[in-house]
Design a binder for this molecule. Structure first.
Ligand code: 5GP
Ligand code: MN
Length: 336
């Protein structure tokens, strides 16, 4: 394992650095990655952010977004950058399967691998780890890494602040989850002092939907919401055809699961979506109900206690049936 002083001495001279983050990056994945990017380029390093896949349009305004390389669009260039890197920062994930084909390239690279993450049960592929499941976002840990671990708070600027604020805002559910501690609010206040325009960031992320997305949301709520009172659970499921009918693109389905959770008495909400290659599940829960346990045990996934995801190779109908049968095992906890 690298010590922080070894990292400081590595960062004292220009390095080839890759920053990568998880499949279908969300606000925290992109915010933490581009936040760290904005810091490292200031130090004169050659840095590239490589994402395994595309990501929502409402994140494309992030500072330096145009410098991001998407692996699926530029696989050869991505592979060369990973192979040549001296350091690879792995942000907002802790298991190499979460970055698809990039995972094996990262594993094979001779670069130092530095994990900054807040998910349970990290895999052992890293040379340095700044990890805490108590952090509300990887962006919070990037803040802590720069300001407290590297002691380089003087280098924080408006771009870094905007990116890290975005990560913290989105992963804390708008500062509403229990993970949004007073410390998180203090960090957010500092980021605002550094120039993050919180009102503008909120607007760019949340009030940026297409008309299609809003009509699709209406369809999901009116026609596709199933409430299982006997399990305090709500399910919204959508087919490939519905996605096509509403012209749904990456990012359009984000947050829909929260509407299912907003019904009174609901402790577990599932958004189950039929993608071209597999069926994806997004779960949200309240209190101490372990949504991540269900994803890990039954749906090849994981995540946090109250926000987790996974996938199934079964068809949509069978996946919904399987999910419902899993609820029986959790009935007592769901009715608590
Ligand atoms: P979402 O429902 O927004 O896709 O994901 C919520 C959280 O669940 C993510 O922040 C991530 O921690 C976790 N998650 C989602 N999909 C997967 C998956 O396929 N595998 C694992 N391990 N975690 C996932
Ligand atoms: Mn995160």
């Amino acid at each position: 394992m690298l010590s922080i002083s070894e990292i400081k001495s590595l960062l004292a001279t220009p390095q080839k650095i890759v920053i990568t983050t998880h499949h279908k990056p969300d606000g925290d994945a992109m915010g933490s990655s581009l936040g760290l990017y904005a810091y490292l380029i200031q130090l004169g390093h050659h840095v590239k952010v490589i994402t395994p896949t595309d990501y929502p349009y409402f994140l494309h305004w992030l500072p330096n977004n145009s410098d991001v390389i998407i692996y699926t669009e530029q696989p050869e260039q991505s592979a060369a950058l990973v192979a040549e890197a001296a350091m690879i920062f792995c942000l907002d994930f802790n298991s190499l399967v979460r970055i698809n084909e990039l995972g094996e390239l990262v594993r094979a690279s001779g670069a130092y691998k530095l994990m900054i993450d807040h998910h349970l049960e990290p895999e052992d592929f890293d040379d340095y780890r700044h990890w805490s499941i108590n952090a509300c976002a990887a962006a919070q840990l990037v803040y802590d890494f720069i300001v407290n671990e590297l002691g380089d708070g003087a280098k924080m600027n408006k771009d870094i602040a905007a990116c890290l604020y975005t990560g913290i805002m989105t992963d804390s559910g708008n500062f509403r989850f229990p993970s949004a501690t007073s410390e998180v609010y203090r960090i957010a206040a500092d980021l605002i002092d550094l120039g993050a325009e919180h009102w503008r960031i909120h607007q760019l992320v949340y009030d940026n939907a297409t008309e299609n997305r809003l009509r699709f949301l209406g369809h999901c709520i009116s026609n596709k919401l199933e409430i299982l009172r006997e399990f305090n659970t709500a399910i919204i499921s959508v087919t490939k055809e519905e996605l096509k009918q509403y012209n749904i693109v990456t990012g359009d389905t984000e947050g829909i699961v929260n509407y299912a959770l907003s019904v009174n008495g609901i402790r577990l909400a599932a958004f189950i979506i039929e993608r071209t290659d597999k069926v994806k599940l997004s779960l949200r829960s309240t209190g101490d109900f372990p949504a991540n346990e269900i994803c890990k045990k039954y749906f090849n996934g994981g995540g946090h206690r109250n926000a987790a995801g996974g996938f199934s190779d079964k068809n949509l109908e069978d996946t919904i049936e399987q999910f419902k049968s899993v609820l029986i095992e959790y009935k007592t906890q769901l009715l608590q």
